[in-house]
Design a protein around this ligand. Structure first.
Ligand code: F6P
Length: 342
């Protein structure tokens, strides 16, 4: 068998570990070959490939990023390029394609699957917003990086009796903010799922200082937004992929809090540092298991599926189901966090 593999969308720690796992499982257990497409779907559209064998993936387990490169491609280009992509796969004798990606990549994978291409998807994104899997690859590392950095901000905030706002990634889903906030003992956690009331946030700040607290730490997901007509946030329009361009909600909230409370506020935007560097041991294990099970599914003819973590087991779920909606933070998870904030 010949397996094609690609990594699409924003990178995350653990992608290289998946590539290694697929190549090793295919070669060692099935005597199969793996060919990599460079830069996500773009490499498939433009027929840019790289052969992958066991020596080529040596040392990849711990390395961040993706050796195959990654890119975002506009959905319209993917739709228009469907015929081209199936042609390139046929020209390379690819029997099954294993795309590793987030919402955009897996939606494209579903499209190809509907067009008759045998596909097994692997969910990765630091945002953890893919449905039908308890966790996505890269999330644990991003949370661990964010938690470590927020821990450091606690000590400088208390030295200066300041409010420190930390903006973390999370476009539509606040999973990173929720987990890093809980893990680091943040006093305020704001997520896209629940618009915030700036008056309530200001009251938390005032109350904490009034009862003698030394500082306030707030974790703000980049996609968090205020309740209508409570505070204006600059509109950045949308980018070429139709994604909303963020304009720094934490910075703007900080300015508003300073105005309302008279307290000193500083803002730190963690940005792409959350996606860089070596994966945690958890993500290395998840990547290795995802790669193993996707390769087994490919050989067993269980296509149109995505590997998923359910409890402690890796299972297969239909791609159609996995991309039907985004997995956002639930009210019950917000309530749990609410018990430790405010
Ligand atoms: O989807 C993952 C993600 O890291 C989001 O959290 C973030 O909004 C986005 O990618 C950033 O994308 P880019 O790397 O293209 O700036």
């Amino acid at each position: 068998m010949r397996i094609g593999i690609l990594t699409g969308g924003g990178d995350c720690p653990g992608l290289n570990a998946v590539i290694r796992s697929v190549v090793r499982t295919a070669a060692t257990h099935h005597g199969s070959e793996v060919i990599g497409f460079r830069d996500g779907w773009r490499g498939l559209l433009e027929d840019r490939t790289t052969p992958l064998d066991v020596p080529a993936v040596d040392g990849l387990l711990t390395r961040g990023g993706t050796t195959l490169g990654s890119a975002r491609v506009q959905p319209a280009k993917l739709h228009a390029g469907l015929g081209r992509m199936t042609g390139v796969l046929a020209a390379h004798d690819v029997d099954v394609l294993i795309p590793i990606g987030g919402e955009g990549t897996l939606t494209a994978a579903h499209l190809l699957s509907q067009a008759g291409v045998p596909v097994v998807g692997i969910p990765k994104t630091i945002d953890n917003d893919i449905d039908c899997t308890d966790l996505t690859l890269g999330f644990d590392t991003a949370v661990s990086i964010a938690t470590d950095l927020i821990d450091r901000l606690h000590t400088t905030a208390e030295s200066h009796q300041r409010v420190l706002l930390v903006e973390v990634m999370g476009r539509h889903a606040g999973w990173i903010a929720l987990h890093a906030g809980l893990a680091s003992g943040a006093h305020i956690t704001l997520v896209p799922e629940e618009p915030f009331d700036v008056a309530e946030v200001a009251k938390i700040v005032e109350d904490r200082f009034a009862r003698g607290d030394s500082h306030v730490i707030g974790v703000v997901a980049e996609g968090a937004h205020p309740l209508p007509d409570t505070m204006s946030v600059r509109d950045g329009g949308v980018d070429e992929f139709g994604h909303k361009r963020f304009t720094g909600v934490a910075q703007q909230l900080g300015e508003e809090l300073e105005r309302r409370t008279g307290k000193e506020v500083r803002t730190t935007v963690l940005g792409h540092v959350q996606r860089g560097g070596t994966p945690t041991s958890f993500d290395r294990v998840l990547a290795t298991r995802f790669g193993l099970h996707a390769t087994i599914a490919a050989h067993e003819g269980r296509h149109g599926q995505m590997v998923a973590l359910r409890g402690t087991e890796i299972e297969l779920v239909p791609l159609a189901q996995a991309v039907a909606r985004l997995k956002t933070v639930t009210p019950s998870r917000l309530a749990e966090t609410g018990a430790f904030t405010g």
